[in-house]
Design a protein around this ligand. Sequence first.
Ligand code: NAD
Length: 442
Amino acid sequence: MTQTLPLTAPTPPSLLADASSRLEAALQHVNLSEDALGRLKSPKASLMVAIPVRMDDGSLRVFQGYRVRYDDTRGPGKGGVRYHPSVTLDEVQSLAFWMTFKAALLNLPFGGAKGGITLNPKELSRAELERLSRGYIDAIADFIGPDVDILAPDMYTNAMIMGWMMDQYSIIKRQVSPAVVTGKPLAMGGSAGRSTATAQGAFNVMTTLLPKFDQQPSNTTIAIQGFGKVGAALAALLYEAGYKVVAVSDSQGGIYNPQGLDIPAIRAYKSDRVTRRNSLQSVYCEGSVCQLAHHEVVSNTELLTLDVDVLVPAALENQITAANAADIRARYIFEVANGPTTSTADPILAAQDIWLCPDILVNAGGVTVSYFEWVQNRSGLYWTLPEIHQRLQTKMVAEAEATWAIAQERQTSMRTAAYIHALNRLGEALDAKGTQDYYVER
Ligand code: NAD
């Protein structure tokens, strides 16, 4: 039998369309003008660039790069730059969309933006990575700027790369421009507290909201998926505050002890540069940590369904889905990762009375301290770590309380409340530019 191929490949569902579908519930509670809604439906500007890079062996490779400014009504665009093989224009647009709402939710004077380059960064030498990062800035220099669009680190980009980017922009503009990039090394105008800001902000949100359910440190067990920059730092803060962190995991697997894990010992073990025992699984059966705490090995799938009070996904997107949502036994979820819960999982969790605090609030500490870095770069006055922590706490607590109040008043989920809160601010700013009511005589 002859098989026929479809003439056109099926169109994959758009990530941007999925991201914006989250707005629908919020729109029912917001008096958004038609004009504002129209403007928010598509990104303001999307730039695609080809970046030619001379490789170490003399060959030339051309990489595909993107920068998207979704909306800049409330201020210049703000968002990270991602280096990953899966980067596409659609992904960058949907991340820029999320950034627009995150900045508005935290009341930062920024719009939303995002950038990325499609590559596997592990295949490049450090010198190639530097040439690529500087080439990216050469290609997008006219699209960004301290008052236009400000870059930051994201997946597989770090402070060193931000330093190269800021330096390249300064070379092009013939003036030192630290405020065009945040997340820089401290010595190049970075901010105290930036590297742990996301964990610190998540900690502020958790310690503000958990007591509302009478969850005090001593009676709260927590499982954290992802023991990276954010997950490990958050685990340490929660441990120090007296919470019982009973399970943590990384890409290799996880460990679980219902009595609570010794987080400082596990962090020390993970960062042991002498033995380079980097996976948590090796903690189970080797070295001194096994003597410090008894624990069993769990897979990442098992960790998500442990019988704990609080689940913190802090690794990747799409971890809680329609396939496993019904098995989740935690009563509270705080989304530290971006997009760890799919839109199809949300109603399944709600049906089980699982309360969820959304990513755009929980992980906004990073962009908030990025804002502080930008302010410090522009004023030339640098703040101490306690000052940063104090300012961050004030902002995170205020917006967590405001989102909570909206959820209570409107009887919505925290996710919908967060979008309502952000949409109110965005709508107000968009309408302040003028709506059809100003121009049409009625
Ligand atoms: P990271 O790369 O430092 O850590 C990621 C962790 O997840 C690592 O421990 C890794 O081993 C683990 N991991 C990878 N695959 C996994 C899997 N299949 N199952 C379980 N664990 C797995 O990244 P990070 O900076 O800690 O970011 C974590 C999440 O937080 C991401 O979703 C990121 O977008 C989000 N986030 C980070 C920041 C920030 O400031 N770093 C800000 C906002 C949001």
